[in-house]
Design a protein around this ligand. Structure first.
Ligand code: FMN
Length: 354
């Protein structure tokens, strides 16, 4: 039986246990220059110090126009590398493997940061405004931004990168038939819709080398699980080493029915991916995992390879030692709107009980 404390090899990198920190953006930590700050460094250091095996640093913009907000962290220029070096070093100091999630908002772009661009002209945040359909040249330029950001991530000392391929951002917009209406090589079949990200993966592999870890946080359903798995197969063929599975844009799959297992249907997406990719590519699940018992259940029953914690590890990173060593921790209160979200910094009621 696999235990949470068992190491796992991803590509050539050994992760010391099965607990991973999900990417969770810190809106109030960066300034308009997008540089990582001391607050970021301490935030990730603290999670590593509590024993988290793999940390995935938050969604980080590949271009100023792809930020969530004007105070969102980036890695779009060399001047931003230094702060990231400090984040990577702080995590490594405690033996954590550290990836950085790289992203562009695309159609959901914040007008204060840049224009809404995407695979097709579809309604944006303001439904009366359509996004600009990217030309083939613009697609290639955008892919280059992702690859250049990955090269900077390697220079900063990260063990790898994660493409943000879920939650409705640019890569997910290429996958979803709702936002990708193209009829060229980047639209239509599953293979074509996956091409935007698959080509990025291929280039990152070429530029950053065989050992550099490449992960995709992919939509586990888009619009159904089988299609989402086909898409992920394209990522794996291109060189993806590790899949973290979350939600996408559309959810239409009658095979997903409510159950009374100690995990929810979003976690089940990761479990379905694990069943499919078992022995080939490690898979992580996420969502509403708040207790050591849930983490152990998922690992000890071989339902996934790693368990991704978002709000639980924000609320109290001691959930890692609680799971690994039985120590006390403060449980996430599952607030309706996470208190770590924009405009509400440092008000996590669980964190305040620590
Ligand atoms: C404050 C906050 C920030 C988030 N930022 C990101 C992010 O940068 N990238 C991402 O893929 N998901 C992001 N998410 C989603 C989480 O990674 C995770 O999928 C979600 O919170 C569900 O997991 P949980 O129930 O363990 O929190 C964020 C969630 C929260 C609450």
């Amino acid at each position: 039986m696999t235990k949470v404390s068992d190491p796992i090899k991803i590509n050539k990198t050994i992760v010391k246990n099965r607990i991973t920190m999900a990417p969770t953006v810190k809106f109030d930590y960066a300034g308009p220059d997008g540089k990582a700050t001391e607050k970021h460094i301490e935030h990730y250091r603290e999670r590593a110090a509590h024993g988290c095996g793999l940390i995935c640093v938050e969604a980080t913009a590949v271009a100023p126009g792809g930020r969530f907000w004007t105070n969102h962290m980036g890695l779009w220029e060399d001047a931003q590398i230094e702060g990231h070096q400090a984040i990577a070093a702080a995590c490594h100091e405690y033996g954590a493997v550290v990836l950085i999630q790289i992203n562009h908002t695309g159609i959901t772009s914040n007008p204060e940061c840049g224009p809404a661009i995407g695979p097709s002209a579809v309604p944006t945040r303001d439904a009366s405004v359509l996004s600009k359909e990217m030309s083939i040249d613009e697609i290639h330029e955008m892919q280059r931004l992702f690859v250049d950001t990955a090269i900077r991530a390697k220079k900063a000392g990260y063990d790898g990168v994660q493409l943000h391929g879920c939650h409705g951002y640019l890569i997910n917009q290429f996958i979803s038939k709702k936002t990708n209406l193209r009829t060229d090589a980047y639209g239509g079949t599953d293979e074509n819709r996956a091409r935007f990200a698959a080509e990025i993966i291929h280039e990152i592999r070429k530029e950053c080398g065989e050992d550099f870890l490449i992960s995709v946080r992919t939509a586990g359903i888009e619009p159904d699980v089988a299609t989402a798995i086909n898409v992920a197969e394209e990522y794996v063929k291109a060189g993806c080493d590790y899949l973290q599975v979350s939600t996408g844009i559309e959810w239409e799959d009658p095979s997903l029915v409510e159950h009374d297992a100690p995990y929810n249907l979003i976690c089940e997406l990761g479990i379905r991916f694990h069943e499919h990719f078992k022995g080939r590519v490690p898979v992580s699940c996420v969502n509403s995992i708040f207790t050591p018992e849930q983490i152990k259940y998922l690992i000890e029953n071989d339902l996934v390879d790693t368990v991704d914690l978002g709000r639980a590890i924000l609320a109290d990173p001691a959930i890692c030692e609680a799971t690994l060593e039985g120590k006390p921790y403060v449980k996430c209160l599952n607030c309706p709107r996470c208190q770590y979200g924009p405009g509400m910094p440092h008000k996590c009621p669980a964190a305040m009980k620590r």
